[in-house]
Ligand binder design. Structure first.
Ligand SMILES: NC(=O)c1ccc[n+]([C@@H]2O[C@H](COP(=O)([O-])OP(=O)(O)OC[C@H]3O[C@@H](n4cnc5c(N)ncnc54)[C@H](OP(=O)(O)O)[C@@H]3O)[C@@H](O)[C@H]2O)c1
Length: 278
């Protein structure tokens, strides 16, 4: 009765989330989860601002979205969000958004002893401070308009650090606290602030890693995925990577009027990685 959703990257199908004509800035939306969130929102009639450092990739993504959803007006919003000057130029160009999805983030498995102060600072600047600066600009405007949605994309590492990347896990835990704090400021308004915690998700980068690990095996990707999950992520109940579109659909729902009662929530879509009740 319940079929396995086997979206390929970038694939989508429309729900009706009552978001027609809204504007959304999705950070880091030229690839992976961010792109899927942007695609799902565009599928709901949202005008999406596509961000990444590469202008070329942002414009290519905009073209793709415009072709798929010609009734919407996607725009390129290329900027390195860790750079104050580029951030401010972005604010000047797009001073109002209805939806802000703080998706952009960096991650890498790294031995604790190898992560220097510079690396820790880079992770904080990229994964926490950039998102915070965007909130400091857009959230007061949303509160003034008495409408808006902010979503942070954290990770299951926020609540279940694997030990494989402490410099990353700490930043994702920080986002949970930031999201909860900011939600406190929305009391009595139609603005919401929430966090999604995806588990292992099949972005292009993750797919390349898996293809690389099993480069010598002449088997289809589905088999490689199965082998990887069984060998490396046995705690996943899903036993496949989450598809970016699945995270995208959840984000669209939380952004919609139907998601108004999500307030300061940390929503897990982790394939069952975290074994606890809360
Ligand atoms: N994939 C997973 O398994 C997984 C699981 C849990 C949580 N997450 C989280 O989900 C988010 C997205 O992950 P993903 O795997 O989809 O990432 P990804 O495929 O590496 O994509 C990252 C995006 O961010 C952009 N970006 C990177 N640095 C930037 C900067 N300084 N300023 C602006 N844009 C920048 C990239 O474009 P450019 O390179 O052109 O800048 C790209 O569009 C991250 O926060 C990650 O921590 C991922």
């Amino acid at each position: 009765m319940f079929e396995v959703l086997n979206y390929s990257i970038g694939e989508t199908c429309a729900m009706d989330m009552n978001l027609l004509g809204k504007t959304a800035l999705v950070t880091g939306s030229t690839k992976g989860i961010g792109k899927a969130v942007a695609m799902e929102l565009a599928g709901e009639g949202v005008n999406v601002l596509i961000n990444g450092r590469s202008r070329e990739e942002a414009e290519r993504t905009v073209d793709e979205i415009r072709k798929a959803f010609p009734e919407t007006s996607p725009q390129a919003a290329a900027a390195d969000l860790t750079d104050i000057t580029q951030r401010e130029a972005l604010f000047e160009k797009y001073p109002q958004v209805d939806i802000l999805v703080n998706n952009m983030g960096i991650y890498e498995i790294m031995g604790y002893a190898d992560a220097t102060d510079e690396i820790w600072e880079k992770y904080f600047r990229t994964n926490v401070l950039a998102a915070n600066a965007l909130c400091r600009f857009y959230l007061p405007r949303m509160l003034e308009n008495n409408k808006g949605r902010v979503i942070f994309i954290a990770s299951e590492e926020a609540v279940m650090p694997s030990g494989q990347m402490p410099q990353y896990a700490v930043t994702k835990s920080a986002l949970l606290s930031l999201s909860r704090s900011l939600s406190r400021l929305t009391a009595g308004t139609e603005v919401t602030v929430n966090t999604i915690m995806p588990g292992p998700t099949l972005s292009e980068k993750v797919q390349q890693i898996i293809e690389g690990i099993y480069a010598a095996d002449n088997i289809p990707f589905a088999e490689k995925e199965k082998k990887f999950m069984a060998g490396n992520l046995p705690q996943s109940e899903l036993q496949r990577f989450i598809r970016p579109a699945e995270i995208g659909k959840l984000a669209a729902f939380i952004c919609s009027p139907y998601g108004a009662a999500f307030r300061g929530s940390a929503v897990r879509m982790d394939g069952g990685m975290v074994p606890t009740i809360y």
